[in-house]
Design a protein around this ligand. Structure first.
Ligand code: ATP
Length: 261
């Protein structure tokens, strides 16, 4: 089966200096793939390169089976959605208008996240962090992307909100065939729904496992690669420190780059 998104021998970095080396990744329709690794492992750099935000230094990226060097906005037209830890809402626009701007039916968004119904007339900048991220994810998922890249979707959010977001990603994979590649600090939560798992360390893939294998080897993975960042026991522990509730400047994507779609 052709992967909806794949990378072969991918090296990527900044100013010509690779921080990601020779990575092979595949995401198939309908599966949730989790990319784990310690801070600085190269997860965000990998997602930026897969999305078209960052050009590869070596290797190739293929979308829907065709090698591509297109920028993010063109990959978005071909069915790629990219959601980052930055809550990409237009602060001055209502939730309703944020959805309409993204070409998404507010009704569909409410079907996905009923919590959004009461917020429709509220300006994006006044929504809570969780509501903003639901809005962002609704805008991505309601377009039924062929592939979703999600980078620390739930950073700083309460465990219950994290569950809601991850369940929505899993449902999109199972119900509409979206292939999802997620970087998630809540490793235990993400692994519960992962079909496959890649573990990155120091810019290289250290492990490629099925979800079941990863769940069986979580202690080993955690000890070797994730100590202090996995979110182990987060269900009964305090959530990680929350960032300020105020969202960043209106932007769909990281690094103040222009919106994809
Ligand atoms: P984290 O979990 O902390 O977000 P990560 O696994 O996503 O980490 P990256 O953000 O991809 O890792 O960073 C990989 C390496 O690239 C790190 O050494 C980081 O310092 C470096 N790096 C990241 N962004 C830039 C940049 N804009 N310019 C130069 N180096 C960068």
């Amino acid at each position: 089966m052709t992967a909806v998104l794949s990378a072969k021998g991918l090296s990527a970095g900044y100013a010509g200096q690779p921080v990601v080396h020779g990575v092979d990744i595949e995401v198939h329709a309908g599966e949730v793939v989790c990319l784990l690794g310690p801070n600085g492992a190269g997860k965000t750099t990998t997602l930026l390169t897969l999305s078209g935000e960052l050009p590869p230094i070596a290797g190739t990226v293929a979308l829907n089976g065709a090698t591509t060097t297109a920028p993010l906005h063109r990959r978005a037209r071909e069915g790629l959605a990219y959601v980052t830890e930055e809550r990409s809402v237009f602060r001055a626009l209502s939730a309703y208008d944020n959805l309409r701007c993204g070409g998404v039916s507010p009704k569909d968004a409410v079907a996905l996240f009923p919590e959004l119904e009461k917020c429709m007339r509220t300006r994006g900048g006044l929504l809570s962090g969780g509501e903003q991220q639901m809005l962002t994810l609704a805008r991505a998922l309601c377009r039924k992307p062929r592939v979703l890249l999600a980078d620390e979707l739930s950073l700083g959010l309460a465990p219950l909100v994290v569950d809601r977001l991850l369940r929505a990603v899993s449902a999109a994979a199972k119900e509409t065939g979206t292939g999802a590649l997620i970087v998630e600090q809540h490793a235990h939560k993400a692994l519960k729904m992962a079909d496959r798992v890649y573990v990155m360390n120091r810019g290289r893939l250290a492990m490629a496992l099925t979800g079941e294998e990863a769940r069986g080897r979580l202690d080993e993975i955690e000890t070797a690669y994730l100590t202090g960042v996995s979110g182990r026991g987060e269900d009964d522990a305090a959530p990680p420190p929350a960032p300020p509730e105020a969202p960043p400047a209106a932007s769909e994507h990281t690094n103040s780059r222009p919106p994809a779609a």
